[in-house]
Design a protein around this ligand. Sequence first.
Ligand code: PPS
Length: 285
Amino acid sequence: MPSKYFTYKDIPFPENFYSPEVLSFVEEEFQVQEDDVFNVTFPKSGTFWMVEILSLIRSMGDTSWVRSFPTWERAPWIEITPKEKDLPTWAQPRLLSSHLPIQLFPKSFFQSRAKVIYTTRDPRDVCTSLFHFSKIMTFFKQAESSEDFIEEFLSGAVPYGSWFDHVKGWLGLREQSNFLLVTYEELKKDIRGSIERIANFLGVHLSSAALEQVVDNCSFQKMKENPMSNFSQMSSQYVAKDRGTFFRKGVTGDWKNLFTVAQSERFGQIYQEKMKGFPVHLPWE
Ligand code: PPS
């Protein structure tokens, strides 16, 4: 069955996985709690890596939690959980994940002191990762070619819309004390320092032994081998496991293997136009 997208307030969503009713519920009625911790990203920016880091910080490096519960139970997705009451209640404070752009986020968040960790990544790598991911997820539209997919990405015709609007929208909160910006590139370059920064933001002190445990167990290899983190538990209704893997490469700069010189130039030109005047310097710029 070919996948179709519907739009909710101009943002595309795959109809086999999302519904306007749940999106509306999340925006209008979801009750954010003061101590909630949100893991927010545009897709393919390092969401599940951050879930692993946050899970391991919470358990002070102990691996029993990350080895017993799948990622989507440890930090459930607010926009695909039909009702807030269905969220697991055993994890307090709640760890919650979302790819929503800021304008669709629960209204109650903006009156709260709940924390947001926003992870972003070089959009060329996001586009590349999403292109490969779209081939394995059954609810994605299949692009005819990488060329078509890059154009869809640039115009925001992919699930969750425009990367540019997403990043600019969320980074509008960058001066707030309940907001932390993390980049995939920084995680790759200095995982230990990044974990310390995240733990500090959460008000958690990790002993050096606990810190080493977190560093060790959130590695690409460890996550790939952990059945609770590697998506092997996900239903074949959603993922065509014979067409690829969620743990694809886990590197920076893989866009160079997908983009032609002309595509790279066009991407750069649109990037300049869309991000013109944006006051935040990002590591890939
Ligand atoms: S999703 O489906 O949108 O939530 O995907 P997301 O988790 O945001 O991003 C998936 C990409 O993150 C890579 N990944 C990692 N890289 C380095 N280290 C670790 N531990 C790690 N875990 C996940 C994953 O491989 C995807 O990137 P690509 O470039 O496709 O390999």
